[in-house]
Design a protein around this ligand. Structure first.
Ligand code: MN
Ligand code: MN
Length: 474
C-alpha cells in the first residue's frame, strides 16, 4: 500500500523536471547537434517555397526518390512528392499494407509575414521616398514589425511567362528594408493613446525602398522610376509583373543562440518550421517501419488552411492514392477510406510557452513551459473547445505510452486560460478524414513575432518523439 501511494505521488515527478535536468550527457550532445542543424535550416528557409526546396535537398541526400521514379511498393523504400512548390510529403514505406493505416506527422511551412499588395509600389509626393504597400499574412502584432531589418523574397512570373526568384536582404552585403515608426518626440497626439492593436495600423506597414531620384528629367515620380528602372535592369521586371508575383517581407538575418548558456534559439518562422524540420529530419532516421511513416508539410495554416496548398486541399488524398497505387494501380476506393480511418496522426504544431512577464494569461498547472519537452495539446480551439479536435482518451493513451516507453520527456499544455483567447491547427482537418489525431510540438515564447524563442531541449525531445511515433506499432 505504501509503495502504491509513492507511485501515485511520484507519477508526475518527472514532469516537474526540465529536460536539461533529466537528460544524459549523450542526450544533451544530441540536443545541441540537432539544434545546430535546425538553426542552419531556419536561417535559410524564410518562406514556404524555401522550406520545400530545403527539404527536397535534405531528403534527396537521405535517399528519398520522387514518386514518379518509384514503380512498386517495397518495404523500407523512401519516396516523396511536392505540390506547387509549397507542400512536401515524404514517406518510408512500411511492412504492413497502407489500408491498415500509416503513422502521419503533419506540420505547416507558412509563417506570419507581410505580403506585398498587388499594386505595391508608390512614391510619397512630399518626402520623395519610394515604398511598398503590404497586406499582412496571419496573426501578427503589427507594432512588432517596425524598425527592424527586413528581407524580401519573391517569385515573379514575367510577361513573357518566365518565372524568376528574387531574394534580397539575407546576405551580409545585401541591403535590407524597413518599416519606419514615428519618433517618440512627436508621437504624443498622433499615436500614444492608440490601443496597442492599432499602435501601427495595417496601412502604416509600408516598406522603405529608395530615396534616390532617377536622372530622367521629364519624369514626375523620379524615385519610383528609379526603383522600376532598377527592377527592370536587374530582373527584367515591369510594374505590371507585381500582379503575377508573390513577394514576402520577413525579418532579415540568421537564427541566433539565446542566453549565456546558449540553451535557446531565437529566430523568425519557428512556428511551424521547428515542427516541419524535426518531423522530416526524424523521418530520415526511420529504416523499415511496421506501418508506413509519412511526414507531411502543408501551407496556408496561418490563414485558416484554405487554398490548394493547404491541408484542406486534396493533396493528402493524392499522397495516399499514389502510395496505394504502388501496390495496386486499380485499388478499390474503400482501401483509401480504410487507409485514412486506420491512420494515426500527429498535428505537429507549436504552442505558447509561459512568458515569465505575462504569466497570468495561462492557468499554470496546465501551461507548457520552455525546456520541458514536446507538449501534447489534447484540444485547442477557444470559448468551450469550439472549433477544436479533441483527442480521445484512447489515442492520448497510445501516444503517452509511445513517449514513455521511449523515455522521451514530454509535457501537456493548453493555449492559455479558459476564455482567454485560443487558436487552432491542422488537427481538425485530418480528423475530417476519420484519423485519430493529436497536437504535439514544442512550446515557444513570443510566437508569431520576428524573434520567436525555442528551447534546444524541446527541439531534441520533439525530434525524438516524432521518430518514436513514426516507428510505433499500435
Ligand atoms: Mn502553427
Ligand atoms: Mn501560427
Amino acid at each position: 500500500m505504501a509503495k502504491q501511494k509513492k507511485t501515485v505521488e511520484d507519477s508526475l515527478a518527472l514532469k516537474r523536471m526540465s529536460v536539461w535536468e533529466q537528460a544524459t550527457a549523450t542526450q544533451k550532445e544530441e540536443a545541441l547537434s540537432i539544434s545546430s542543424e535546425y538553426k542552419d535550416f531556419i536561417s535559410r528557409a524564410k518562406t514556404e517555397r524555401m522550406v520545400t526546396e530545403e527539404f527536397v535537398t535534405l531528403i534527396g541526400e537521405k535517399g528519398f526518390k520522387h514518386m514518379d521514379e518509384v514503380k512498386r511498393w517495397k518495404a523500407g523504400a523512401r519516396v516523396y512528392m511536392t505540390n506547387r512548390g509549397k507542400n512536401v510529403a515524404c514517406a518510408v514505406l512500411g511492412k504492413t499494407p497502407l489500408e491498415d493505416g500509416a503513422n502521419l506527422v503533419a506540420s505547416h511551412s507558412d509563417s506570419p509575414r507581410l505580403d506585398l499588395k498587388q499594386n505595391p509600389l508608390y512614391e510619397d509626393a512630399d518626402t520623395r521616398l519610394a515604398l511598398f504597400k503590404t497586406h499582412y499574412y496571419g496573426g501578427i502584432k503589427k507594432y512588432q514589425w517596425v524598425n527592424i531589418p527586413l528581407s524580401i523574397h519573391g517569385t515573379v512570373v514575367l510577361s513573357d511567362g518566365r518565372t524568376i526568384d528574387i531574394h534580397l536582404g539575407e546576405e551580409p552585403d545585401d541591403p535590407v528594408f524597413t518599416i519606419c515608426d514615428l519618433l517618440p518626440h512627436l508621437y504624443r497626439k498622433k499615436q500614444a493613446d492608440r490601443k496597442l492593436q492599432e499602435g501601427i495600423t495595417g496601412e502604416e506597414l509600408n516598406v522603405l525602398l529608395a530615396s534616390q531620384p532617377h536622372q530622367e528629367e521629364k519624369a514626375k515620380k523620379k524615385v519610383k522610376l528609379w526603383v522600376l528602372d532598377h527592377l527592370h535592369e536587374k530582373y527584367g521586371m515591369v510594374e505590371e509583373d507585381f500582379v503575377s508575383s508573390e513577394f514576402e517581407v520577413v525579418p532579415a538575418g540568421k537564427a541566433r543562440d539565446v542566453g549565456f548558456d546558449r540553451s535557446m534559439i531565437g529566430a523568425y518562422g519557428q512556428d511551424d518550421r521547428i515542427c516541419a524540420f524535426t518531423s522530416v529530419r526524424a523521418l530520415t532516421e526511420v529504416r523499415t517501419p511496421g506501418r508506413t511513416s509519412i511526414a507531411l508539410v502543408v501551407d496556408k495554416e496561418e490563414i485558416g488552411s484554405d487554398g490548394p496548398t493547404s491541408i484542406k486541399s486534396r493533396f493528402v488524398e493524392e499522397v495516399f492514392s499514389r502510395l496505394l497505387e504502388l501496390k495496386d494501380p486499380d485499388y478499390p476506393d474503400r482501401k483509401l477510406r480504410r487507409a485514412f480511418s486506420n491512420t494515426k496522426a500527429i498535428s505537429s504544431d507549436v504552442t505558447g510557452a509561459v512568458n515569465p512577464s505575462f504569466k497570468d494569461v495561462h492557468e499554470i498547472q496546465n501551461a507548457a513551459k520552455l525546456g520541458y519537452g514536446i507538449c501534447l495539446t489534447k484540444y485547442t480551439g477557444s470559448g468551450g473547445k469550439y472549433s477544436s479536435n479533441d483527442a480521445s482518451a484512447e489515442f492520448m493513451g497510445l501516444v503517452r505510452k509511445v513517449l514513455n516507453d521511449a523515455k522521451i520527456p514530454w509535457q501537456t499544455g493548453e493555449l492559455g486560460k479558459v476564455d482567454e483567447g485560443g487558436g487552432g491547427t491542422v488537427a481538425k482537418f485530418l480528423a475530417e478524414l476519420n484519423m485519430d489525431v493529436v497536437d504535439a510540438g514544442p512550446a515557444l515564447i513570443s510566437m508569431h513575432s520576428p524573434m520567436e524563442v525555442s528551447s534546444k531541449a524541446d527541439i531534441w525531445s520533439t525530434y525524438r518523439a516524432y521518430r518514436a511515433f513514426f516507428e510505433m506499432v499500435p
